[in-house]
Design a protein around this ligand. Structure first.
Ligand code: DAH
Length: 359
Protein backbone atom coordinates (compact mmCIF):
# COMPACT_ATOMS: atom_id res chain seq x y z
CA UNK A 1 0.00 0.00 0.00
CA UNK A 2 1.33 3.43 -0.91
CA UNK A 3 1.77 5.51 2.19
CA UNK A 4 1.44 9.27 2.39
CA UNK A 5 5.17 9.56 3.15
CA UNK A 6 6.35 7.38 0.28
CA UNK A 7 4.10 9.16 -2.23
CA UNK A 8 5.21 12.55 -0.92
CA UNK A 9 8.82 11.43 -1.23
CA UNK A 10 8.31 10.25 -4.81
CA UNK A 11 6.37 13.33 -5.94
CA UNK A 12 8.84 15.86 -4.56
CA UNK A 13 11.82 13.98 -6.04
CA UNK A 14 10.16 14.01 -9.48
CA UNK A 15 9.26 17.67 -9.08
CA UNK A 16 12.87 18.45 -8.38
CA UNK A 17 13.93 16.86 -11.64
CA UNK A 18 11.19 18.47 -13.81
CA UNK A 19 12.68 20.78 -16.37
CA UNK A 20 9.80 21.97 -18.55
CA UNK A 21 6.37 23.49 -18.12
CA UNK A 22 4.92 20.59 -20.06
CA UNK A 23 6.35 18.06 -17.59
CA UNK A 24 4.95 20.09 -14.70
CA UNK A 25 1.47 20.01 -16.16
CA UNK A 26 1.67 16.22 -16.64
CA UNK A 27 2.79 15.85 -13.04
CA UNK A 28 -0.03 18.03 -11.78
CA UNK A 29 -2.63 15.89 -13.52
CA UNK A 30 -0.93 12.65 -12.39
CA UNK A 31 -0.87 13.75 -8.72
CA UNK A 32 -3.81 16.07 -8.17
CA UNK A 33 -6.20 15.12 -11.02
CA UNK A 34 -9.48 13.23 -10.38
CA UNK A 35 -7.71 9.94 -10.88
CA UNK A 36 -4.38 11.23 -9.59
CA UNK A 37 -2.10 9.53 -7.04
CA UNK A 38 -2.98 11.85 -4.12
CA UNK A 39 -6.71 11.49 -4.76
CA UNK A 40 -6.10 7.73 -4.90
CA UNK A 41 -4.70 7.76 -1.36
CA UNK A 42 -8.15 8.60 -0.07
CA UNK A 43 -9.35 5.17 -1.20
CA UNK A 44 -7.31 3.65 1.64
CA UNK A 45 -9.55 5.41 4.16
CA UNK A 46 -12.21 2.68 4.08
CA UNK A 47 -10.13 0.25 6.15
CA UNK A 48 -9.25 2.79 8.85
CA UNK A 49 -10.85 3.51 12.20
CA UNK A 50 -12.64 6.80 12.73
CA UNK A 51 -9.74 8.22 14.75
CA UNK A 52 -7.18 7.09 12.11
CA UNK A 53 -9.32 8.49 9.31
CA UNK A 54 -9.06 11.94 10.86
CA UNK A 55 -5.24 12.08 11.02
CA UNK A 56 -4.89 10.26 7.69
CA UNK A 57 -7.28 12.71 6.01
CA UNK A 58 -5.31 15.64 7.42
CA UNK A 59 -2.02 14.13 6.16
CA UNK A 60 -3.41 13.61 2.65
CA UNK A 61 -4.85 17.15 2.55
CA UNK A 62 -1.55 18.61 3.76
CA UNK A 63 0.32 16.71 1.03
CA UNK A 64 -2.20 17.94 -1.54
CA UNK A 65 -1.73 21.57 -0.49
CA UNK A 66 2.06 21.39 -0.17
CA UNK A 67 2.44 19.71 -3.52
CA UNK A 68 0.15 22.21 -5.24
CA UNK A 69 2.14 25.12 -3.76
CA UNK A 70 5.46 23.51 -4.73
CA UNK A 71 4.17 22.96 -8.28
CA UNK A 72 3.15 26.61 -8.52
CA UNK A 73 6.55 27.82 -7.33
CA UNK A 74 8.40 25.53 -9.69
CA UNK A 75 6.17 26.73 -12.50
CA UNK A 76 7.09 30.36 -11.82
CA UNK A 77 10.79 29.50 -11.70
CA UNK A 78 10.60 27.58 -14.99
CA UNK A 79 8.63 30.38 -16.67
CA UNK A 80 11.26 32.91 -15.66
CA UNK A 81 13.96 30.58 -16.96
CA UNK A 82 12.15 30.09 -20.29
CA UNK A 83 11.64 33.83 -20.69
CA UNK A 84 15.31 34.44 -20.00
CA UNK A 85 16.29 31.81 -22.59
CA UNK A 86 13.93 33.38 -25.15
CA UNK A 87 15.35 36.85 -24.52
CA UNK A 88 18.85 35.49 -24.92
CA UNK A 89 18.02 33.74 -28.19
CA UNK A 90 16.31 36.88 -29.60
CA UNK A 91 18.97 39.25 -28.41
CA UNK A 92 19.64 42.09 -30.88
CA UNK A 93 23.03 43.67 -31.07
CA UNK A 94 22.07 47.31 -31.53
CA UNK A 95 25.65 48.24 -32.28
CA UNK A 96 25.61 46.29 -35.56
CA UNK A 97 25.30 48.38 -38.75
CA UNK A 98 21.82 48.39 -40.39
CA UNK A 99 21.12 46.19 -43.36
CA UNK A 100 21.38 48.16 -46.60
CA UNK A 101 22.14 51.85 -46.87
CA UNK A 102 19.49 54.06 -45.25
CA UNK A 103 18.85 57.00 -47.56
CA UNK A 104 16.80 60.08 -46.79
CA UNK A 105 15.18 61.99 -49.63
CA UNK A 106 14.50 65.65 -50.24
CA UNK A 107 10.78 66.30 -50.71
CA UNK A 108 9.94 67.53 -54.24
CA UNK A 109 8.39 70.72 -52.80
CA UNK A 110 11.69 71.67 -51.18
CA UNK A 111 13.68 70.65 -54.24
CA UNK A 112 11.46 72.82 -56.43
CA UNK A 113 11.60 75.66 -53.92
CA UNK A 114 15.41 75.57 -54.14
CA UNK A 115 15.22 75.47 -57.94
CA UNK A 116 12.86 78.47 -58.05
CA UNK A 117 14.94 80.47 -55.58
CA UNK A 118 18.13 79.75 -57.53
CA UNK A 119 16.55 81.24 -60.68
CA UNK A 120 15.05 84.28 -58.93
CA UNK A 121 18.32 84.83 -57.12
CA UNK A 122 20.09 84.85 -60.48
CA UNK A 123 17.57 87.48 -61.66
CA UNK A 124 18.58 89.66 -58.71
CA UNK A 125 15.77 88.96 -56.22
CA UNK A 126 16.69 88.88 -52.52
CA UNK A 127 15.03 86.60 -49.97
CA UNK A 128 12.33 87.84 -47.55
CA UNK A 129 10.26 86.04 -44.94
CA UNK A 130 7.12 86.49 -42.84
CA UNK A 131 5.18 84.60 -40.16
CA UNK A 132 2.69 81.77 -40.86
CA UNK A 133 0.27 83.25 -38.32
CA UNK A 134 -0.67 86.67 -39.59
CA UNK A 135 -2.84 89.52 -38.38
CA UNK A 136 -5.80 90.77 -40.35
CA UNK A 137 -3.99 93.98 -41.28
CA UNK A 138 -1.08 92.29 -43.08
CA UNK A 139 -3.08 89.41 -44.58
CA UNK A 140 -6.03 91.48 -45.83
CA UNK A 141 -6.50 95.08 -44.77
CA UNK A 142 -3.21 96.55 -46.05
CA UNK A 143 -3.57 94.46 -49.21
CA UNK A 144 -6.68 96.46 -50.02
CA UNK A 145 -9.25 93.87 -48.94
CA UNK A 146 -11.79 96.11 -47.19
CA UNK A 147 -13.66 94.52 -44.26
CA UNK A 148 -16.61 92.43 -45.55
CA UNK A 149 -15.32 92.63 -49.12
CA UNK A 150 -16.38 89.50 -51.05
CA UNK A 151 -12.75 88.92 -52.11
CA UNK A 152 -12.02 87.84 -48.52
CA UNK A 153 -14.38 84.92 -49.00
CA UNK A 154 -12.36 83.72 -52.01
CA UNK A 155 -9.57 82.93 -49.58
CA UNK A 156 -11.29 80.24 -47.42
CA UNK A 157 -9.45 81.49 -44.35
CA UNK A 158 -8.57 79.45 -41.25
CA UNK A 159 -9.06 81.72 -38.23
CA UNK A 160 -7.08 81.16 -35.03
CA UNK A 161 -9.29 79.84 -32.21
CA UNK A 162 -10.60 82.67 -30.04
CA UNK A 163 -8.37 85.25 -31.76
CA UNK A 164 -10.47 87.66 -33.79
CA UNK A 165 -7.50 89.25 -35.45
CA UNK A 166 -5.20 86.29 -36.18
CA UNK A 167 -5.36 83.94 -39.18
CA UNK A 168 -3.17 81.28 -40.78
CA UNK A 169 -1.91 83.26 -43.74
CA UNK A 170 -3.91 82.43 -46.86
CA UNK A 171 -1.13 83.65 -49.13
CA UNK A 172 2.44 84.95 -48.98
CA UNK A 173 1.30 88.43 -50.07
CA UNK A 174 1.48 89.81 -46.48
CA UNK A 175 5.27 89.58 -46.85
CA UNK A 176 4.94 92.33 -49.50
CA UNK A 177 3.47 94.60 -46.82
CA UNK A 178 6.05 93.66 -44.18
CA UNK A 179 8.84 94.34 -46.68
CA UNK A 180 7.50 97.71 -47.85
CA UNK A 181 6.98 98.74 -44.22
CA UNK A 182 10.63 98.04 -43.45
CA UNK A 183 12.68 98.74 -46.58
CA UNK A 184 12.76 101.82 -48.80
CA UNK A 185 12.60 101.16 -52.58
CA UNK A 186 14.14 99.97 -54.77
CA UNK A 187 12.77 96.63 -53.54
CA UNK A 188 13.25 93.31 -55.31
CA UNK A 189 12.36 90.31 -53.16
CA UNK A 190 10.96 86.81 -53.26
CA UNK A 191 9.29 85.34 -50.17
CA UNK A 192 8.67 81.60 -50.02
CA UNK A 193 6.62 79.86 -47.36
CA UNK A 194 3.66 77.80 -46.21
CA UNK A 195 0.13 79.03 -46.78
CA UNK A 196 -3.22 77.68 -45.61
CA UNK A 197 -6.74 77.49 -46.99
CA UNK A 198 -9.79 75.35 -46.31
CA UNK A 199 -9.59 73.50 -49.65
CA UNK A 200 -8.99 69.85 -50.64
CA UNK A 201 -8.93 68.18 -54.08
CA UNK A 202 -6.47 67.01 -56.81
CA UNK A 203 -4.88 70.45 -57.08
CA UNK A 204 -5.65 71.93 -53.64
CA UNK A 205 -4.43 71.01 -50.18
CA UNK A 206 -5.23 72.85 -46.89
CA UNK A 207 -1.53 73.53 -46.44
CA UNK A 208 0.43 74.46 -49.53
CA UNK A 209 3.44 76.53 -50.54
CA UNK A 210 3.81 79.80 -52.36
CA UNK A 211 6.55 82.15 -53.47
CA UNK A 212 5.71 85.80 -53.48
CA UNK A 213 7.64 88.20 -55.67
CA UNK A 214 7.73 91.99 -55.40
CA UNK A 215 9.56 94.70 -57.31
CA UNK A 216 9.08 98.34 -56.35
CA UNK A 217 10.94 101.20 -57.98
CA UNK A 218 10.04 104.14 -60.19
CA UNK A 219 9.82 102.59 -63.64
CA UNK A 220 8.96 98.87 -63.58
CA UNK A 221 5.86 98.12 -65.66
CA UNK A 222 3.58 95.32 -66.86
CA UNK A 223 5.93 94.49 -69.75
CA UNK A 224 8.72 93.76 -67.27
CA UNK A 225 6.32 91.59 -65.31
CA UNK A 226 5.49 89.45 -68.30
CA UNK A 227 9.10 89.18 -69.43
CA UNK A 228 10.29 88.22 -65.96
CA UNK A 229 7.72 85.46 -65.47
CA UNK A 230 8.05 83.96 -68.96
CA UNK A 231 11.85 83.88 -68.63
CA UNK A 232 11.43 82.28 -65.24
CA UNK A 233 9.14 79.56 -66.65
CA UNK A 234 11.57 78.82 -69.51
CA UNK A 235 14.50 78.45 -67.11
CA UNK A 236 12.57 76.43 -64.58
CA UNK A 237 11.07 73.91 -66.98
CA UNK A 238 14.07 73.98 -69.28
CA UNK A 239 11.69 74.36 -72.22
CA UNK A 240 12.38 77.20 -74.66
CA UNK A 241 8.90 77.34 -76.26
CA UNK A 242 6.91 76.67 -73.12
CA UNK A 243 3.14 77.12 -73.63
CA UNK A 244 2.21 80.09 -71.42
CA UNK A 245 -0.77 82.40 -71.34
CA UNK A 246 -1.76 85.42 -69.26
CA UNK A 247 -5.44 85.87 -68.44
CA UNK A 248 -6.95 89.06 -67.03
CA UNK A 249 -7.96 88.48 -63.43
CA UNK A 250 -8.82 90.28 -60.22
CA UNK A 251 -6.87 90.68 -57.00
CA UNK A 252 -7.61 93.56 -54.62
CA UNK A 253 -3.91 94.32 -54.27
CA UNK A 254 -3.00 94.62 -57.97
CA UNK A 255 -4.32 96.71 -60.85
CA UNK A 256 -4.28 95.51 -63.54
CA UNK A 257 -4.22 91.85 -62.44
CA UNK A 258 -3.52 88.67 -64.39
CA UNK A 259 -3.08 84.94 -63.94
CA UNK A 260 -0.46 82.88 -65.70
CA UNK A 261 -1.34 79.40 -66.95
CA UNK A 262 0.95 76.71 -68.33
CA UNK A 263 -0.20 74.32 -71.05
CA UNK A 264 -0.41 70.76 -69.79
CA UNK A 265 -2.10 67.42 -70.29
CA UNK A 266 -3.25 64.83 -67.78
CA UNK A 267 -3.59 61.51 -69.60
CA UNK A 268 -3.23 57.89 -68.44
CA UNK A 269 -2.10 59.01 -64.98
CA UNK A 270 0.68 61.05 -66.63
CA UNK A 271 0.90 64.76 -66.10
CA UNK A 272 3.07 66.81 -68.44
CA UNK A 273 3.73 70.12 -70.14
CA UNK A 274 2.06 70.14 -73.52
CA UNK A 275 0.52 72.75 -75.79
CA UNK A 276 -3.07 72.51 -77.01
CA UNK A 277 -4.44 70.13 -74.36
CA UNK A 278 -5.37 72.16 -71.29
CA UNK A 279 -4.08 74.74 -68.87
CA UNK A 280 -3.04 74.83 -65.26
CA UNK A 281 -3.01 78.08 -63.36
CA UNK A 282 0.35 78.52 -61.66
CA UNK A 283 0.45 82.10 -60.48
CA UNK A 284 -1.35 85.39 -59.95
CA UNK A 285 0.30 88.70 -60.70
CA UNK A 286 -0.19 92.35 -61.46
CA UNK A 287 0.92 95.93 -60.88
CA UNK A 288 0.87 96.78 -57.17
CA UNK A 289 -2.33 98.72 -56.39
CA UNK A 290 -1.80 102.40 -55.41
CA UNK A 291 -3.79 101.79 -52.19
CA UNK A 292 -1.30 99.09 -51.15
CA UNK A 293 1.61 101.46 -51.70
CA UNK A 294 -0.20 104.12 -49.63
CA UNK A 295 -0.94 101.61 -46.84
CA UNK A 296 2.80 101.04 -46.58
CA UNK A 297 3.64 104.74 -46.54
CA UNK A 298 4.83 104.92 -50.16
CA UNK A 299 3.69 107.64 -52.55
CA UNK A 300 1.96 105.99 -55.57
CA UNK A 301 2.80 109.01 -57.71
CA UNK A 302 6.47 108.29 -57.15
CA UNK A 303 6.68 104.52 -56.84
CA UNK A 304 5.30 101.62 -58.82
CA UNK A 305 6.05 97.97 -59.40
CA UNK A 306 4.73 94.49 -59.87
CA UNK A 307 3.99 91.54 -57.66
CA UNK A 308 3.32 87.88 -58.22
CA UNK A 309 2.45 84.84 -56.15
CA UNK A 310 3.04 81.27 -57.36
CA UNK A 311 2.04 77.90 -56.06
CA UNK A 312 5.30 75.98 -55.54
CA UNK A 313 3.48 72.65 -55.29
CA UNK A 314 1.86 73.17 -58.67
CA UNK A 315 5.22 73.88 -60.26
CA UNK A 316 6.46 70.64 -58.69
CA UNK A 317 3.47 68.69 -60.07
CA UNK A 318 4.09 70.00 -63.56
CA UNK A 319 7.84 69.58 -63.62
CA UNK A 320 7.98 66.13 -62.11
CA UNK A 321 4.71 64.75 -63.47
CA UNK A 322 2.99 64.19 -60.12
CA UNK A 323 -0.75 64.07 -60.84
CA UNK A 324 -2.32 64.52 -57.39
CA UNK A 325 -1.30 67.29 -54.98
CA UNK A 326 -2.79 65.53 -51.96
CA UNK A 327 -0.16 62.77 -52.17
CA UNK A 328 2.52 65.38 -51.41
CA UNK A 329 1.49 65.57 -47.79
CA UNK A 330 0.47 61.98 -47.03
CA UNK A 331 3.95 61.14 -45.71
CA UNK A 332 4.05 57.80 -47.57
CA UNK A 333 7.63 56.53 -47.58
CA UNK A 334 7.14 54.75 -50.94
CA UNK A 335 6.01 58.03 -52.50
CA UNK A 336 9.03 59.94 -51.23
CA UNK A 337 11.38 57.15 -52.36
CA UNK A 338 9.88 57.51 -55.84
CA UNK A 339 9.51 61.27 -56.15
CA UNK A 340 12.16 62.47 -53.67
CA UNK A 341 15.64 63.76 -54.48
CA UNK A 342 19.09 62.85 -53.27
CA UNK A 343 20.60 65.21 -50.72
CA UNK A 344 23.38 66.15 -53.13
CA UNK A 345 21.10 67.11 -56.05
CA UNK A 346 21.49 70.77 -55.15
CA UNK A 347 20.03 72.89 -57.94
CA UNK A 348 22.06 75.83 -59.20
CA UNK A 349 22.33 77.98 -62.32
CA UNK A 350 25.55 76.38 -63.46
CA UNK A 351 24.57 72.74 -63.18
CA UNK A 352 21.05 73.52 -64.32
CA UNK A 353 17.74 72.67 -62.80
CA UNK A 354 16.96 69.47 -64.55
CA UNK A 355 19.97 67.96 -62.77
CA UNK A 356 17.89 66.54 -59.99
CA UNK A 357 15.46 64.78 -62.26
CA UNK A 358 13.00 62.46 -60.62
CA UNK A 359 14.30 58.98 -59.80
N1 DAH B 1 -1.97 86.16 -53.19
C1 DAH B 1 -2.65 85.62 -54.35
C2 DAH B 1 -3.30 84.30 -54.01
O1 DAH B 1 -2.80 83.58 -53.20
C3 DAH B 1 -1.68 85.41 -55.48
C4 DAH B 1 -1.15 86.67 -56.00
C5 DAH B 1 -1.82 87.29 -57.03
C6 DAH B 1 -0.04 87.26 -55.46
C7 DAH B 1 -1.38 88.47 -57.54
C8 DAH B 1 0.44 88.45 -55.98
C9 DAH B 1 -0.25 89.04 -57.01
O2 DAH B 1 1.50 89.07 -55.50
O3 DAH B 1 0.24 90.22 -57.52
O4 DAH B 1 -4.31 83.99 -54.56
Amino acid sequence: MTTVESLSDKLFKELDKASSLKQLEEMRVAALGKKGAITDLLKNMASLSLEEKKTYGQQVNALKENFATALEEKKKALEAKELEAKLQSERVDVSLPTVGKPEGKIHPVYQVLEEMLAIFNQMGFKLAEGPDIEDDFHCFEALNFPKNHPARQMQATFFMDGEEDLVLRTHTSPVQIRTMENIKPPIKIVAPGRTYRCDYDMTHSPMFHQIEGLIIDKTTNMGHLKGCLVEFAKAFFNVEDIPVRFRPSFFPFTEPSAEMDIGCSRENGEFKIEAGKGWMEVLGCGMVHPNVLKNCGLDPDEYQGFAFGCGIDRFAMLKYGIPDLRTFFEADVRWIQNYGFGALDVPNMIRGFAAGVQK
